[in-house]
Design a protein around this ligand. Structure first.
Ligand code: CMP
Length: 225
């Protein structure tokens, strides 16, 4: 396992080379093909995953059978830690959106890592705090806002997760498909198309193919977070 690659993963940041070598011995590297269901909601969990290269959709199915997308995870992100930590069943489904290379860590190895390397535990808690903040803002946007606000908040979450900022503008290089955006924002595909058009006309965003640019990030954040 490439130690430099391992050190670039936020969960393992600030560890020494020796510690990273130890960690690499406790992981297995595996490629999952696109559209592979890696985790199924309510199954018993005994492994957690770190994404080295690729994208994974985390979702649940509502009582009416509608997909609700909780997050789209990418390089350096991890998932599958919740059922390891609390002993309950998987809280959501995880599906690869493209061919994805991952590290797999068994439950006992992951728990041992947390005992052996407090920095891994702190990195884990930081990410869980980030996810809680994200969920809090998602709850706020779903309960308080109209369709425009909900879609804009969803775009903001994607920008914060994977956008690149330059001269006050944030570029999202590949916006998820409209149906996925709808399942993230709790609305329909038609509403997504209509709202993105309105946001363009209002001068908030510019769309170029699957790329979306937030023209004045500070103003956008102020108006929609
Ligand atoms: P686990 O419950 O073991 O299996 C499903 C995984 O999805 C879960 O662990 C988390 O890693 C991940 N997950 C659940 N909810 C969210 C969320 N809101 N944001 C990001 N990841 C999540």
């Amino acid at each position: 396992m490439d130690i430099e690659l391992l050190s670039s993963i936020p969960l393992f940041s600030e560890l020494s080379e020796e510690e990273l070598i130890n960690i690499s011995k406790q992981t297995v590297r595996q490629v999952y093909k696109k559209d592979n269901m890696v985790l199924i909601e309510e199954e018993i969990g005994s492994t957690m995953f770190v994404i080295l290269d690729g994208r994974v959709k985390i979702s649940r199915i509502s009582d009416e059978g509608r997909e609700v997308i909780l997050s789209i995870l990418c390089d350096g992100d991890f998932f599958g830690e919740m059922s390891i930590l609390d002993g309950q069943t998987r809280s959501a489904n995880a599906v690869t959106l493209e061919d994805t290379q991952m590290l797999i860590v068994r439950r006992e190895n992951f728990l041992q890592m947390l005992y052996d390397y407090p920095q891994v535990a702190i990195n884990l808690l930081k990410e869980l705090a980030h996810r809680l903040r994200r969920s809090d803002s998602q709850i706020k946007s779903l309960s308080l806002q109209n369709a425009l606000g909900r879609v804009a908040s969803t775009i903001l979450r994607i920008a914060d997760d994977s956008g690149t900022i330059k001269h006050g503008q944030v570029e999202i290089s590949s916006l998820p498909p409209q149906q996925d955006l709808a399942n993230m924002a709790g609305t329909s595909r038609e509403t997504i198309a209509r709202v993105i058009k309105s946001l363009s006309q209002l001068g908030y965003v510019k769309k170029e193919g699957s790329k979306l640019i937030i023209l004045e990030y500070d103003r956008f954040r102020q108006d929609f977070s």
